[in-house]
Design a protein around this ligand. Structure first.
Ligand code: ATP
Length: 627
């Protein structure tokens, strides 16, 4: 038979569980307090972004905080004066003070009405400026950090959170902060009004909202943890949406009838996320209901007590009116305060994300005292036993890799897909640093130069050039923003882009791409030539072209190569290509295989040695048999 627990045991058990709950609340509040420590950072941001508006905002806050309490405070003399006037038969002498107080209350109400739109006006300026400031910080950071960050999904999660919330969080943060300050000022004054009726009244008012405070903080933390956990899923829904609505996948989507597949995947993911969100909202609503009922109970008890005192004649009707107003408003204020606090907490959690993102530091850095860049290469580029592994990759892409490219020569890099040709270029541009070995330019380690200076000495056509939705002229000018019109046109001629541009209705001033009005869409090969012109425009001593002829027809290729040799004269040119008819024009050809150079020499030399190159050449030269 089970023994019945004694009362003493029950008592100590309930005391213990009360302590557990209190300890839990204390711990949550401690975590919340740590989050709030980011608020000075938020204010600093607001101050840096909009000094004048932030100062104005602070003044308006104080004014708006004090006005409601002054009108509440005037309620008591007003009611008492009206009663006195009624008692003395409504003489002018007795009515005048009541009218004076009434006018004062009306003036306060008018000022409140004026300040409200003024605050909206100030806050619009302030929040727009803060929003743009934060967006600029995010953009600057994205442009400055290592390319390696773009290889990590966690980075995309962080960027997504920072960007998705940057548009409204700072505004919400300022609004909730202003709400807290304004409501806080009013509430403090209200509490001061209530205190003379009994010190326990303000205490009861504050204590009655403690459960709600706990509920608000707990819900915010849960929501935040949920956001952290589901950022990847949310990004995936964005990805499906992009596939379904964007231009990039539009053709395949139609041909392979993929719309339903992606829509189903999107809907399934959204359904799960929505369900989880609803669950959170439900537990939030239940918590808020319980906390609200407790607050109501406290309010009812206090009101009953005051009514009883009024009946006994211990307080005047003016006192009762003042108390009722102050208590009612106090409750409303506490409710808004809690809401503000919840929003502020959520926003400070966002700031945590933002500051985390802004704290990402590039590891590919310029040295403190960089070496001067040689204006023209004398000896050339040398990779000396370089080993490189992409972040998170198991195997190195380049391992013990050595290659020398003499200055002023034109070399071709050929080899199968994934052999490491583009990786070689990325290392040369210092988008990544190798984990072993040295990369030298004229005998100096690449890491001894200032990065921007180094990159200014390189021009490149990447494998997937960007299609800027701007005029043809601007598309080319982006290679060298100080270039003259004549230089832009000369670069276009050299790249074989001039005739394409001249065919457009507005020539060089014709917008390209269909994203904006009046844009012309051009073919992939034509885009490639525009990008080539951009690369040619920059007069850099190192010229890198990754698959420059991949989208060119064979006639255009032959003609282009002839022109390219004269254009590249005196420069160190690196040509990455799968077309051996392009590669053969180079002074030297290097064959990449499995992250190493396995053959080097001129076209004839490589054909003679009968290796990989010779086999590929033979295959490319085979006549195309029809089936
Ligand atoms: P292709 O001829 O197809 O352009 P490539 O010779 O230029 O190929 P690279 O782009 O240098 O080859 O890629 C070499 C290897 O490095 C590939 O096996 C690829 O999987 C890997 N790789 C490339 N980029 C990354 C990256 N950002 N993160 C991880 N691995 C990468």
């Amino acid at each position: 038979m089970k023994a019945k627990p004694s009362r003493a045991f029950e008592h100590s058990a309930s005391t213990a569980s009360l302590f557990t709950v209190l300890a839990y609340i204390a711990q949550k509040l401690k975590v919340a307090a740590a989050e709030f420590s980011r608020l000075p950072g938020a204010l600093k941001l607001a101050w840096a972004a909009a000094r004048l508006w932030t100062a104005l905002w602070a003044v308006l806050l104080v004014l708006q905080g004090l006005l409601p309490v002054s009108s509440v405070y005037l309620t008591r003399p007003l009611v008492n004066r009206i009663l006195a006037a009624i008692k003395s038969g409504g003489t002018w002498e007795s009515v005048r003070p009541a009218i004076a107080i009434g006018v004062l209350i009306a003036a306060i109400a008018l000022l409140t009405e004026i300040l409200r739109p003024a605050t909206v006006w100030v806050r619009t300026h302030q929040s727009e400026l803060v929003q743009d400031y934060i967006t600029a910080l995010i953009q600057r950071k994205s442009a400055e950090i290592d390319l390696a960050f773009y290889d990590s999904p966690e980075f995309y999660d962080r960027l997504h959170r920072a960007r998705a919330e940057a548009s409204y969080r700072p505004v919400l943060l300022l609004e909730s902060l202003s709400g807290i300050l304004q409501n806080g000022i009013t509430l403090t004054a209200m509490l001061a009004v209530l205190a003379p009726f009994g010190v326990w009244l303000p205490v009861a008012l504050l204590a009655s909202t403690l459960p709600a405070l706990y509920v608000v903080l707990r819900n915010t933390v849960r929501q935040h943890e949920w956001r952290l956990r589901t950022t990847g899923d949310e990004r995936r829904t964005w990805y499906y949406d992009w596939l379904l609505t964007g231009h990039e996948a539009a053709s395949e989507l139609r041909l392979f009838a993929l719309g339903d597949r992606f829509q189903t995947a999107y809907a399934a993911l959204r359904k799960r996320l929505r369900g989880e969100k609803f669950q959170l909202a439900q537990s939030q609503a239940l918590g808020e209901f319980a906390a609200g009922a407790l607050a109501l109970l406290a309010a009812g008890a206090s009101l009953l007590w005051m009514a009883w005192r009024a009946i006994r004649g211990w307080i005047t009707p003016g006192d009762l009116a003042l108390f009722y107003q102050a208590f009612q408003q106090g409750l409303g204020l506490m409710r808004s305060l809690l809401q503000n606090l919840g929003q502020l907490y959520a926003s400070s959690l966002f700031l945590g994300n933002l500051f985390e993102f802004l704290a990402l530091d590039p590891t590919v850095l310029s040295p403190p005292s960089p070496s001067p860049m040689p204006s023209a290469l004398k000896s050339g580029i040398r990779f000396e036993r370089v080993t490189f592994r992409y972040p998170g990759a198991q195997e190195p892409t380049l391992s013990d890799f050595s290659l020398t490219i003499p200055a002023g020569r034109m070399v071709s890099l050929v080899g199968p897909n994934g052999a490491g040709k583009s990786t070689f270029v990325k290392l040369l541009c210092r988008f990544y640093d190798p984990v072993g070995g040295r990369i030298e330019l004229d005998g100096r380690d690449l890491r001894s130069f200032q990065i921007e200076e180094l990159r200014r000495h390189i021009t490149a056509l990447f494998q997937e050039p960007v299609r800027y939705n701007d005029t043809a002229r601007e598309n080319i000018r982006l290679g060298d923003q100080g270039a003259s019109e004549a230089e832009i046109e000369a670069a276009a001629v050299a790249a074989g882009a001039d005739e394409i541009v001249r065919r457009l209705p507005a020539g060089y001033d014709n917008p390209l791409g269909k994203f904006f009005n009046d844009g012309a869409e051009i073919s992939t090969g034509e885009w490639q030539r525009i990008a080539l012109a951009r690369a040619f425009l920059r007069q850099a001593p190192i010229l890198i072209l990754d698959e420059p002829t991949s989208a060119m027809d064979p006639w255009a290729e032959a003609e282009w190569i002839k022109r390219f040799r004269s254009l590249a004269h005196g420069r160190t040119a690196i040509l990455i290509t799968h077309r051996l008819t392009t590669a053969m024009r180079a002074d030297e050809i290097h064959v990449f295989f499995g992250g190493r150079v396995v053959e080097s020499g001129s076209h004839e030399e490589l054909l003679r040695c009968g290796g990989l190159y010779a086999q590929s050449w033979a295959r490319q030269q085979e006549p195309q048999h029809s089936a």
